[in-house]
Write a protein that binds this ligand. Sequence first.
Ligand SMILES: [Zn+2]
Ligand SMILES: [Zn+2]
Length: 329
Amino acid sequence: MSTESKPTPVNLVSRCLITVRQWFDSDYFPEGAEVVRQRPERFEPRRCLPFVFLHLGCLGVVWTGWSWTAVVVAAALYFVRMFAITGFYHRYFSHRSFHTSRWMQFIFAVVGNTSVQRGALWWASVHRHHHKHSDQPEDAHSPRISGFIWSHIGWMTSSKNFPTNYDSIRDLAKFPELVFLNRFDLVVPAIFGAALYVAGALLARFAPGLETTGGQLFVWGFFVSTVILLHGTLFINSMAHVIGGRRFETQDDSRNNLILALITLGEGWHNNHHRYMSSARQGFYWWEVDITYYLLKGLAAMGLVWNLRAVPDSIYSEAEAVLKAKEAV
Ligand SMILES: [Zn+2]
Ligand SMILES: [Zn+2]
């Protein structure tokens, strides 16, 4: 055993300092990001702390209580931030399924960042990897390979999955503002949480009829809304590869699931998405509710996004052939 690896007090302190610095600087790896990415998948308690903190924060409702104002703010923030994740983190940054301006991509990278799902670049790099190796041993979050709990949240505790693979997102890494948000990915959530507290305190002072406080808006708008948003998003990695119908015989276990589509504003049509990931819509038919797509159409009508990629006719022909084959059985 080398001297460095002995668990001396000095080594433990230095390891703690490195961990703390990594919470604030997500690109800091003294041993090199590539070395970290080659580590085996494993559950790491120290990486659970941010999630434990987020979940424990919800218990704050015991002290702050609730009000309709706080609940409405939490729900509205869930909706807006889920759209930032589905419309931009996923369909734009990960799949480039439409075009937009540099300002719009920055704004939605910031809004998505308030979700505490790290930066858009890390999110896109992990997601591109998922599509490349779906439900194969290399997939970071596959229920088939690693079980449901691991695919849902366990994989996020493994330091192997922590570094951003900048090689897989070179198209995004050329924007320094996006790299900054990705590297210091706790800055935006910290400002967001503080802003909620201040907003609640101002409402308590100037609009007492709304019956809220700084602490209450902070707990409901930040902790409660963010935790529900986190699990809603993570259900696409876990549940959407387990429960639901399969229109297309893809190599993975992806499913179409209406409930998940409603929770995630359209991402539940995951089997459709795995069959054709480049489309801006994931509900391929009018009856497959896809609120993200309707909102993107709205932004396109306002000229804020453009060139929404459609589902090709060949994919619709394939879907019709599958349907006819099933009816014939
Ligand atoms: Zn998937
Ligand atoms: Zn995808």
